[in-house]
Design a protein around this ligand. Sequence first.
Ligand code: HEC
Ligand code: HEC
Ligand code: HEC
Ligand code: HEC
Ligand code: HEC
Ligand code: HEC
Ligand code: HEC
Ligand code: HEC
Ligand code: HEC
Ligand code: HEC
Length: 327
Amino acid sequence: MTRPRFYLVAATLVFVMALGISTTTVQTQGGGGAAAPARTRQQAAAEAARQAKQLTATVVGRETCLGCHEELGAPLAGTMHGKAAHPRSPAAAQGCETCHGPGSAHVEDPSDPTTIKRFEEMPPRAANETCLSCHNKSTHALWEGSAHDARNLSCSTCHSVHAPVGPKAQLKASSELELCGNCHKAQVTKIKRVSHMPLAEGKMECTSCHNPHGSTNVKQLRVGNWINESCISCHTDKRGPFLFEHAAGRESCVTCHDPHGSNNHAMLVARPPMLCQRCHIGTRHPSTIYDNAAVQARSNRIVGRGCVNCHQNIHGSNHPSGQALVR
Ligand code: HEC
Ligand code: HEC
Ligand code: HEC
Ligand code: HEC
Ligand code: HEC
Ligand code: HEC
Ligand code: HEC
Ligand code: HEC
Ligand code: HEC
Ligand code: HEC
């Protein structure tokens, strides 16, 4: 074989091998994508090794686990997962091993990191599988494919089984504002604006409107199939149908309101008349604020509540002569 040809063949072989290696690593993480970080690949490999070892392991029981992990016993017993009287709780099944998997191999050699489920070392989807084996109904039914699942959050991002901090739902933070605020700063800071729903006051929470576990609505809204259904689940007076509808309100409440808070009256995204002028540029009466010839006199569209001074029933009117939403 001539030298150039040898190099060509060698180079082709190396290329084919590299291709083979990269596709096998992609396959082991269940189609996670070629750009998956090295850490995820290692996690997936460790996870495969663990599954193999735990196949032959047997259940040793909670008391054996507590022999070495004594400090974890009491905190767990205080949570719903530790209540053996609850027929669906892990305590009523195989205790610690309901979640961590059969432990005999781990008890024989605790130093081997691949003999027991270590949730914090697992890829999020694999870790969630354990939790979803019980929590896959009602409010949790739509977790898979939700925005949080799609962005690789795990149950343990927000919840802790062993060391919860929050007063409810074993949350990892002392309040939802703190928890959600770790990632959604913009929304959490908006509730401090002058006009807001009572979240800062503790009468509502992010989850009054959102279900962080997924939903049928847009933006993980808890109820309904479109934004208005979420709003009118509390603001029933805005539900309609009205004799005279305001098309803008029928379409979406958030066209005019910022649900998280704003510095305008009634959480409006802009002040009337500018809010109204976003859509109404030519009406039967002048819709601009510049129609008043006497500069000293202020236009009645700019004082007080602007256009809403007259168009009071801005969300819709049931008055027999409520056209133009003035009564
Ligand atoms: C003989 C003592 C012993 C027993 C019994 C035992 N463990 Fe462990 N376990 C250890 C030690 C030691 C470690 C730390 C190993 C390491 O991280 O190098 C450990 C680590 C762990 C970890 C990983 C901790 C981490 O930081 O990621 C989990 C999970 C765990 N054990 C669960 C269990 C469960 C569940 C049982 C019962 C089936 C159990 N252990 C029984 C000694 C024991
Ligand atoms: C409901 C599922 C579940 C049950 C039941 C459970 N664990 Fe865990 N365990 C987890 C998860 C999830 C983590 C990751 C950290 C967290 O969420 O607090 C973890 C973490 C651990 C750790 C390592 C981190 C730490 O806090 O030191 C050990 C050790 C451990 N568990 C042992 C046990 C033992 C022993 C029991 C039984 C007394 C038990 N687990 C019962 C889910 C469970
Ligand atoms: C063997 C079934 C089982 C598994 C596995 C399980 N849970 Fe639970 N969990 C329960 C039961 C039962 C309750 C009690 C509430 C209920 O009936 O739904 C509960 C309650 C909870 C609560 C609410 C606690 C409260 O005080 O309101 C949270 C949060 C929770 N689980 C998270 C998790 C997470 C995270 C995992 C995975 C690490 C997990 N669970 C795994 C059965 C399970
Ligand atoms: C983005 C944060 C977040 C993630 C991720 C998350 N949760 Fe929750 N979870 C919450 C909050 C906040 C609550 C309390 C408000 C509520 O009930 O919706 C809660 C409540 C719960 C409850 C008790 C109330 C109920 O609906 O039964 C359970 C059980 C629960 N979560 C399980 C899970 C499981 C299982 C996963 C993973 C599949 C998970 N959570 C992922 C934030 C989260
Ligand atoms: C009164 C109901 C309500 C409350 C309370 C609420 N939200 Fe929202 N949130 C909405 C609505 C409605 C939307 C959709 C807005 C839109 O499409 O313009 C939304 C959108 C979002 C979005 C997506 C942003 C985007 O532009 O895509 C995030 C993130 C969010 N909210 C987080 C939070 C957090 C964090 C809290 C708690 C501080 C919270 N929300 C409280 C109703 C609410
Ligand atoms: C660890 C970070 C993290 C935490 C904590 C977290 N989220 Fe998210 N959330 C995300 C990411 C990432 C997205 C996806 C954003 C995107 O795709 O633009 C998201 C998306 C959302 C959306 C928009 C959904 C959509 O369809 O566009 C809402 C609403 C939301 N989160 C609410 C919450 C609430 C409520 C909490 C607290 C209970 C919370 N999140 C906690 C990371 C987080
Ligand atoms: C879980 C119930 C609930 C949901 C859902 C809800 N709200 Fe509210 N809203 C309230 C409460 C409570 C107040 C405060 C009422 C008060 O102070 O009298 C309020 C107040 C308001 C105000 C008046 C604020 C002010 O400064 O006067 C507006 C505007 C508003 N909500 C719009 C919306 C919109 C738009 C949606 C849908 C994105 C929505 N709300 C969804 C409960 C809710
Ligand atoms: C065309 C813009 C617009 C749309 C769309 C809109 N609103 Fe309003 N909303 C306003 C204005 C302007 C005010 C202030 C009224 C005032 O100053 O008296 C207001 C005030 C409110 C208030 C507080 C005062 C009151 O009447 O209770 C609530 C609650 C409210 N809107 C809820 C909603 C809901 C729910 C929707 C969706 C069904 C919605 N709004 C759609 C413009 C709008
Ligand atoms: C997102 C665009 C939009 C915004 C913002 C908006 N409107 Fe409208 N409005 C409409 C549409 C569309 C119609 C229906 C026009 C039609 O039927 O010809 C309408 C109709 C009206 C009508 C006529 C109703 C009737 O019975 O003829 C009045 C009055 C009105 N709007 C006032 C306002 C006021 C006041 C504001 C500001 C608080 C406002 N609008 C904000 C889109 C908007
Ligand atoms: C002084 C009271 C008053 C103010 C302020 C006012 N309007 Fe009107 N508007 C009316 C009355 C009354 C009608 C009904 C006229 C008719 O039916 O002939 C009307 C009719 C309308 C109509 C429906 C007529 C058409 O063109 O089809 C729209 C849209 C409208 N106004 C928008 C606005 C906007 C936008 C503002 C703020 C820039 C505003 N109005 C300020 C009193 C007012």
